[in-house]
Design a protein around this ligand. Sequence first.
Ligand code: CU
Length: 148
Amino acid sequence: MSIKIFAFVAGLAAASAALAQPAQLEVNNAWARATPGKSETGAAYVTIQSPTADRLVSASSPVAKKAELHTMSMQGMVMKMRPIAGLDIPPGQPVSLKPGGEHIMLMGLNQALHEGQSFPLTLDFEKAGPRTVTVTVEKAGSNGPPQR
Ligand SMILES: [Cu+2]
């Protein structure tokens, strides 16, 4: 009985260690906010985790003419966003792009993003190379997909 419990706990520890240290770079939890009808820009968010230091250098998606890496910060009393050349991914530490911070700006959307849709997004990393993920469109104003 106690051996069984030990094995179970050890299994859990191994599973959570695997979660903390993926064998290779992983992009998870890709989502975007639905956009109002005429909007030509949207934003996508992902969580990136890598066992080794890497750097996100560019992004692209067939739903937009251009995808840029942006950051947001307060300038005086105003929230401003600006393009950044890249985003460093520290080893073993998840980096979450989210509203109010770093995001992938989709410029020149071919069509509005509707809640429930999904689309591909390719992220280019300096070392890991390109990763294509499926972005799920959440409600306008959403702060992310429901935690599963
Ligand atoms: Cu932006």
